[in-house]
Write a protein that binds this ligand. Structure first.
Ligand SMILES: [Zn+2]
Length: 114
């Protein structure tokens, strides 16, 4: 007859099958976790205030910012936090001309990508 099969007791067989099932389950869980990390990464956003659109922008962290106007990065992982940071840094200013001259100049002459 065949090799190992004949020497394996029913208890050993149940144990082996249990272990195999555990491995399959562990691999499936690993894959699921990987998919979740992927999805979370794709959804991750950075926030910026746009001085031309006078609005909060959401930029996916994995992509180049889609707005080519003048904007400033904001700290925070949520819209609420980002808006609070904008308030602290720039007060009620919404558009470029509402900023102090020095700030405007900095934004206008910025050569590097922000
Ligand atoms: Zn914009």
């Amino acid at each position: 007859m065949s090799m190992n099969q004949t020497t394996e007791t029913p208890a050993e067989r149940r144990y082996r099958e249990g272990m195999e099932l555990n491995n399959v389950q562990a691999r499936a869980e690993e894959r699921a976790a990987e998919h979740l990390r992927e999805a979370a990464g794709a959804l991750q956003m950075r926030f910026a205030w746009c001085w031309d659109h006078g609005a909060l922008h959401h930029f996916p962290t994995r992509e180049d910012p889609w707005c080519t106007a003048r904007w400033s990065w904001l700290e925070g992982n949520s819209e609420t936090d980002a808006l609070a940071d904008k308030e602290v840094r720039h007060g009620d200013a919404k558009f470029l001309h509402q900023l102090p001259d020095a700030e405007q100049l900095k934004l206008i002459t910025r050569q590097d990508s922000p």
